[in-house]
Design a protein around this ligand. Structure first.
Ligand code: PLP
Length: 408
């Protein structure tokens, strides 16, 4: 009989969202008249701005004309989008990159999940705790995580992010080969200052490791001391890959478009005393396994950078930021400690001392018909917290806030 990949069998199924769905379904069955509001989802709710829709429509029409029809596109993405990204997301911030260092894709989740393939199977991986689960699970699928011991993998190096270190991870005791950093952070909503991120870049240069930097939420940054890109820091192009997405920035969670920057200056060992370019390896990987993000979607992404596109998405982000700010005030007024929600769409809320993550989840559901995400689901250091999101419709967020007030 054909045998399954044993590394896939070591993965625990994702109990967190299944458990949440089961509890919510039971509550709804028992309270059919109650309108449940979710502050738990990590998905956007606002429709695409008109400038992006227009570009999408035009591209669809082109596909119906012989003169403009497009078949397979470049695996790395169309030049019109790659060069716009270089110009608007990087040159405008003083970062010099070339278009062939940018790879367009259908999502940061797949790029992040796939990128680990480029590293040796025995590479050591460091992640923050709590963590976006894709970093850990994709390495576990590749056999890099060892065995699960209790709630943690034996070969993964966990960097706790707690109130004590202000959610900024300390350097690991053991040298990792690969470090995943996500800022603004999902789930804690924390950010790294310029100095803190520079310290990580310096660490990676000293220890000769690679940082995989996930900045899916950079559009939410308002503080001028918080870098939008890791390449704003000295020497970062020699040690860091950056993942960006149009999902949360521009409402593309359903359309699907993202990009990964792999600077040519970034070289890793070839295992025989020489060096190899990560850009060349990623290009090789993508050409073999990926046939490119749809033309119509890349045209829609290009429109994000037009003046009207920027205005449209700016208004949407401002709406989510307003939700975050209102939620922050409401939760503080309940006497709870709250982090994040300033440069990020996520709020990390300390639960009351008489309960834990899941206990507080149950309390919000039973007493206010509100859904949150228990922090324990993101890692051991997430116990004692819940994550709230600001991606709801303004009227739902307002209603959720009223319910929180009544809970006080
Ligand atoms: N990175 C982080 C930290 C996320 O939270 C998410 C989505 O929730 C992603 C990446 C995935 O983005 P995409 O929709 O581009 O796959």
């Amino acid at each position: 009989m054909t045998t399954a990949n044993p590394d896939f069998l070591k993965l625990q199924s994702n109990y967190l969202f299944a458990d949440i769905a089961r509890k919510v379904a039971a509550y709804k069955a028992a309270h059919p008249a109650e309108r449940v509001i979710s502050l738990g989802i990590g998905d956007v709710t606002r429709p695409l701005p008109p400038a992006i829709l227009t570009a999408l429509h035009q591209a669809v029409d082109e596909m119906g004309e012989a003169a403009h029809f497009r078949g397979y596109g470049p695996e790395q993405g169309y030049d019109f989008l790659r060069s716009r990204i270089v110009e608007c997301d990087y040159a405008a911030r003083g970062v010099s990159l070339s278009a062939d260092e940018v790879f367009i894709s259908d999502g940061a989740k797949s790029d992040i999940g796939n990128f680990q393939e480029l590293f040796a199977p025995d590479s050591r991986v460091a992640v923050t705790d709590p963590v976006y689960p894709v970093y850990v699970d994709s390495n576990a699928m590749a056999g890099r995580a060892g065995e699960m011991r209790g709630k943690q993998w034996e070969r993964i190096i966990y960097l706790p992010c707690t109130q004590a270190n202000d959610f900024v991870p300390d350097f690991p005791q053991t040298r990792p080969d690969i470090i995943y950093l996500c800022y603004p952070n999902n789930p804690t909503g924390s950010v790294l200052s310029r100095a803190a991120l520079q310290a990580w870049v310096d660490y990676a240069r000293r220890e000769r490791c690679v940082i995989l930097f996930d900045s899916a939420y950079e559009a939410f940054i308002t503080d001028p001391d918080v870098p939008h890109s890791i390449y704003e820091l000295d020497g970062a192009q020699e040690v860091a890959v950056e993942f960006r997405s149009f999902s949360k920035t521009a409402g593309f969670t359903g359309l699907r478009c993202a990009y990964t920057v792999v600077p040519k200056a970034l070289q890793i060992g070839d295992g025989q005393g020489g060096k190899v370019s990560l850009n060349a390896l990623w290009n090789r990987r993508q050409c073999t396994k990926y046939n490119g993000c749809p033309y119509i979607v890349q045209r829609a992404a290009e429109a994000v950078y037009s003046a009207q596109g920027q205005q449209g998405i700016g208004a949407i982000i401002a709406g989510y930021q307003r939700n975050a700010s209102l939620l922050r005030s409401a939760v503080s007024a309940m006497g709870l400690t709250v982090y994040g929600g300033v440069n990020a769409p996520y709020l990390w809320v300390g639960v009351p001392s008489d309960t834990d993550s899941w206990g507080f989840f149950d309390r919000l559901l039973q007493q206010a018909a509100l859904i949150c995400t228990p922090g324990a689901g993101f890692g051991a250091a997430g116990e004692g917290y819940v994550r709230l999101t600001a991606f709801g419709a303004p009227e739902d967020t307002q209603e959720a806030i009223e319910r929180l007030r009544r809970l006080c």
